[in-house]
Design a protein around this ligand. Structure first.
Ligand code: KG4
Ligand code: ZN
Length: 336
């Protein structure tokens, strides 16, 4: 352990993963533990907030202990504690924030508040150090945005969804074709087997950087209902393929336009849907063609985890973004 190294302990509990991680100097992941509640919530077809917060309480101390053991370091070696304070399910955020504040008090370590979406963006920093200026395409279960960054921790929103997030649309499509929660990864798999045979609308096909996914989602729901009423069987693979193609078309077109207008040669993709293989494939082809450097996180760091919070927390800490122990959890809060 070198004296100048900075070790950040990250804590993430905003939805249905309890996670603790230790990251060195913002870029080197030392150890990460993720305890997922996915199997429990799958029975209900979505995250049940009350159950989620209770499960965080049950496991969080063990997740911390396991992470410290894995990293072979103690709390004394930690420089600061970074925690997701927003946005997310309030009961879930409260568990992480209370736990982090308590650790900060007991061990006398600075407490660093991190916005969950900033965390998703910094998951890319664990793959390779961010290069500026960059465009970040943020695609998660709750957010769909195009963000411009010219330096660390500086975020300018240049567009976003006017209604549903893209991950949310994936999960609703999955539900209507009876694919278990969370449907995104399964719709992605089915899409690869199918063909682009159905007709879906292209909403907001304009010059703006905004998106709208509720129209496509409703079109899929109507299509399934109409076919079912007529006694026709839906070809799930083809429907997933058509849906995925449409979503990827829309996301790619506006992202490439933003890169051009903002004169950026660096693109990063953030949030759960950055795991989508159709999106990765299309962006890879276009970025290769246009000589744009493209980064997306490792698959396991695309969805919620504390390593991304610890990475973002390092840059926040260096900028002096530190909270007292009365840090409040916020279910919705802007990162701009
Ligand atoms: O970022 P995330 O873990 O949670 C939020 O911050 O919202 O994203 C979860 C979302 C879910 O909607 C899930 O279905 C979607 O990411 N997702 C995917 C894939 N993997 C996860 N969507 C499409 N294709 C995937 N491979
Ligand atoms: Zn997330």
């Amino acid at each position: 352990m070198i004296m100048n190294d900075t070790y950040i302990l990250g804590i993430e509990t905003s939805c249905d993963e309890t996670s603790v991680s230790i990251v060195k100097n913002g870029v080197t992941e030392i150890a990460t533990v993720v305890s997922s509640q996915m199997d429990t919530h799958a029975k209900f077809g979505g995250v049940v907030p009350e159950i989620a917060s209770r499960m965080h309480v049950e496991v969080i101390t063990m997740v911390l202990e396991e992470c410290l053991n894995k990293a072979s370091i103690t709390m004394d070696d930690i420089d600061a504690i970074a925690v997701t304070y927003a946005p997310g399910l309030i009961g879930c955020l409260l568990v992480g924030v209370t736990f982090a504040s308590t650790l900060s008090y007991i061990y006398n370590k600075p407490l660093v508040p991190v916005h969950h979406i900033i965390g998703h963006i910094y998951a890319n920093n664990l793959k390779s150090r961010l290069k500026f200026p960059l465009i970040s395409l943020v695609v998660s279960g709750g957010h769909t945005e195009i963000v411009y960054m010219d330096k660390d921790y500086s975020f300018k929103k240049i567009g976003g969804t006017l209604d549903d997030a893209v991950g949310e649309a994936y999960d609703k499509v999955a539900r209507v074709i009876n694919v278990p929660y969370p449907g995104g990864p399964t719709v992605d798999k089915l899409a690869h087997i199918g063909n682009n045979t159905y007709n879906l609308p292209t909403p907001l096909d304009d010059n703006s950087y905004n998106f709208s996914f509720s129209g496509i989602k409703s079109a899929v729901i109507n299509l399934v209902h109409n076919e079912t009423q007529r006694g026709n069987e839906i070809n799930k693979e083809d429907l997933c393929c058509t849906f995925q193609n449409k979503v990827v078309d829309i996301l790619t077109k506006k992202t490439i336009k933003a890169l051009k207008e903002y004169k950026c040669n660096n693109l990063i993709v953030a949030g759960g849907v950055s795991a989508n293989s159709g999106l990765r494939k299309r962006l890879t082809e276009i970025c290769n063609d246009k000589n744009i450097s493209l980064t997306y996180p490792e698959i396991r760091l695309c969805t919620d985890n504390a390593a991304m919070i610890a990475s973002a927390g390092y840059y926040a800490y260096k900028l002096g973004i530190i909270s007292d122990i009365n840090l409040k959890a916020r279910p919705s809060s802007s990162m701009y």
